[in-house]
Every structure is written in structure tokens, then in C-alpha cells.
Design a protein around this ligand. Sequence first.
Ligand code: KG4
Ligand code: ZN
Length: 337
Amino acid sequence: MYVLGIESSCDETSAAVVRMEEGRREILSNIVASQIEIHRLYGGVVPEIASRAHIEAVSRITYEALETAGIGIGEVGCIAVTSHPGLIGALLVGVNFAKSLAFAHKIPLVAVNHVKAHVAAAYLEYTELKPPFTALVVSGGHTSFYSVDDPTDFVEIGATRDDAAGEAFDKIGRVIGMPYPGGAAMDALAKEGDAKAIKLPSPAIVGDNADFSFSGLKTAALNYINSERQKGVEPSHADIAASYTKTIVDAIVKKTKYILDTHSSRCLVLAGGVAANSHIRGALETLCKSRGVEFCRPSLKLCSDNAAMVAAQGYFEYLAGNFADTSLNASANDDGN
Ligand code: KG4
Ligand code: ZN
């Protein structure tokens, strides 16, 4: 079956066609129109500008996805659209467009949770992957562990209590002069610095849990940078990136160990934009190898926001009979469904 995916939850308009069948998972097209250059001028995503840019791009991107896949809209068996969580105005553009397309062409419609879609990216590259497994989603909005017993059934077993890891990278990246979003630049710069140069508080919450808190770490890094600047010294950006990254990676490894032990997980799926971080990927690879746990981490282009992952999750929602109709609305929040 051909599934058309549509994604507009933040600052990427994306449409994709994937072919999903028993034993076959193939991406035929995955077109992404990034708005990063526009938002960079403001140092972060401006919600109203994002919505307007989605409106301008969504039909062009969708038809490009169909054309690249070499199929007509009449051959699409299901339309999958991200309906939550995300920026409400941005989500509404994709949801309304998908509803109209589904209604006009009498195609079944399914609503997709963006976080579940990040995890579903793994099915596209690990074609044998099947639940049960443990998923770790690290993105601009999430740092959460899930127990996945079925492709549509996620139970949260750990999460950040405040900011997400992506936000934490972007915030300090910005303070040391990196253009938005600073995550990938922090990743590269961290390789050039001394990870032991600056002592920072761990974002791992103390105790038997898999929770994080990134706000204290952010403040501590900010205070360090400000106090050095007050002394008239510009601290080494590479040392900041290296120390900050190591503190985050160590916390993620610590909580992943806890989750693997307490849930007897045999397989870990790493997902979300921050899953592109080479230090996190390397550390979790080593951890999983040492414990004989299978480690699935999608390639970089499937970690960041894209519609192929939405289509993949949409296929499983379709199989589960979770259809949406023209009353479908968007929601900014993650209700877990
Ligand atoms: O999943 P995503 O594309 O959007 C959300 O759903 O939030 O994640 C975007 C986040 C941004 O904070 C970006 O800086 C971060 O992913 N990111 C990275 C890397 N590449 C992207 N963070 C750390 N290291 C990277 N290599
Ligand atoms: Zn995302």
C-alpha cells in the first residue's frame, strides 16, 4: 500500500510516499522544505511565520512527493498527517490540507503523533524491527523513554521534567554565537574541546527513575559563560561544547542503563532530531554492544523532522483501524495517543 505522509508540526514542511506491506518498507519520496533560514534571523522558530511558510509550501511539496514517487493521488491507499504535538498554527496547516485531500479523493485518513512518528522512522531502515522494544526520543521538544509493546501503543517510562535536550543544545549554542538551531554545530565543535574542562551539574534526576531536568544544566553553563565574560575573558567555545555535551551524554547513558536493566529490554530504538548527535549515538552503541542489546538508530535524514516517518507510523495506525474523519483537529499537546 502507498501511504502519503504530511508533516508540518514545527519548521519543516514535508511530504513523503512510502510503500508499506508485510515484509516491505520502502521510501519512494521524502521531500522536506526547511524554514530554518527564515527563523535563523530571529534566533528561533517564530510560530506565525512558520504557519505562513507551511501554507505556501504544503501543496507544492505534496505534489512533488507524488511526482518523485511516480504515482498519482488515486493510487494512495492512506493519507497520514501529524496532528500533535507541535506548534498549533503549523499543525493546523498540514491537518487541514490532509483532510481536504482525503475528502476530495475519498482516501482513508489517519492522524499521527509526531513523537511516535520519530520512532517509526526506525521501521523504514530496520525492516525486521518489531515491538516489543524500548525507545528513546531526543528532540527539540522531547527527551523521553517509552516501552513500545505494539507500533501504536507507547507507555512513557521516563521523561524530562522541564526542557528537552535539543532545547538545551540550542540555547547554549546560541549563547556562544551559533546560528539557530545550534545542535549540529555543538556536536561538531565538541570534538575539538576538552570535555573535562568545565564541571557542570548532571541533568539526570537522582534516584530510581529515568527522568531528566535540563534547566539547571542550562543555567549553570550560562552562569559560567557570563562570569568568565565579566572577567573580560571569552571562554573556549570548544571546551564549553565538549563539557556540555559530555554532561548530557553521560546522563543519557546513565538513564538508558537504568531502563535497560529495569525493563529487560532486548532492543533500543533511538529517535528524534538529537538522535543525530554523534556523541550520543557512539555512547549508546557502546552501551548496547556491551549488554548484547540490539541498537537501532535511523540515518541522520530520518532523525530530523520528515514525512516518511509520519507515513510509516500512519501505516500502523491504519492497520489498527485508527481512522480520522473531517472532524480531525490539531493539538499542541502530547496526550500520549
Ligand atoms: O526532532 P527535531 O527535528 O524537531 C523536533 O521535533 O523538536 O529536533 C530538532 C532538534 C534541534 O534542537 C536541533 O538542534 C537538534 O534536534 N539537533 C541536534 C543535532 N542535530 C539536530 N542536537 C544535537 N546534535 C546534533 N547533531
Ligand atoms: Zn520532531
